[in-house]
Design a protein around this ligand. Sequence first.
Ligand code: SF4
Length: 343
Amino acid sequence: MLGWYPRHRRDLPWRHTRDPYAIWLSEVILQQTRVKQGLPYYLDFISTYPTVHDLATAPEDEVLRHWQGLGYYSRARNMHHTARQVVQEYDGRFPGSYAGLLKLRGVGQYTAAAIASFAYDEPVAVLDGNVYRVLARVFGLTADIAAPASRKIFQQLADTLIPAGQPAEFNQAVMEFGALQCTPAKPDCLFCPLQSQCFAFQHGMVHELPVKSKAKATRTRHFHYLVLRHNDTVYMRKRTGKDIWQGLYDFALLETDSSEVAATAVVAHVEQMGGQLAPNRAEEPSATFRHVLSHQKLEARFHPLWLQAPLAAEHLAASGLQPFTLAEVENLPKPVLITNFFS
Ligand code: SF4
């Protein structure tokens, strides 16, 4: 593995640093997306916020805007919170050990192991999907990698494999090997240096390993967005609560069981929010916009609605809507679905 790695590794910016902040940033982003998609986000974050202090002092809306498109916005908020925690509680320096790193919010075993081994050379194995797959295949481990109890089995094995003095190199090598050579659907077994030792290859089980139980079923949700406008003002609201996209801006929403909604229901909802529709300004709703999240499929239609008069302050407070100009909307952090509607 250590012989394979220098010949095949991709040249990635976070591999040239021992700065725990830069490593942490790259790991948080790479938990969201693949290397190719994550790279521009990493470069954007590290140039906008070169130190943990810069990130900690940035406004949340701005951080969410840079995160836009990566999904799971709670991770961006956790990341921002962690940066503040490092500045306030640790004087701007990341804890110097695996155990210390685990005390940071949003830093789990995976990220703590990555920072501790890459930045501090601590001999603790990193377990990501790639590593699970390589270990399961090479050693013939049949434990369900989706079951939390399996983690211990894989962690113990991986920790014992780390060669003395080379935890960073070893962890990077196994992760890269899983990403490039021992891939999920088409592993390159024919030209694999581990072929003769690989349990899965020797036993014809390459496509049965790793064992992973089925993920939660996805559900489809139907959103009807009421795009309320008056002259140059558009009304949007900041999402709160436990549902998706907390902290991002969208429109007043009617959620139903189907892609159709009665015009009377739309009017009633507008009136409930204190609005009166302008006569003779009816516009057709948009076509359906589709957006896929990890366990949800969203089907959204946008209903352009013109108000006769601006919404009064007490109605704004009750509905959570806020008036914006289109230029202001541009700078709000928004889910990709909403950005797609505006583009
Ligand atoms: S032989 Fe195939 S399954 Fe085994 S480690 Fe190599 S690429 Fe992976």
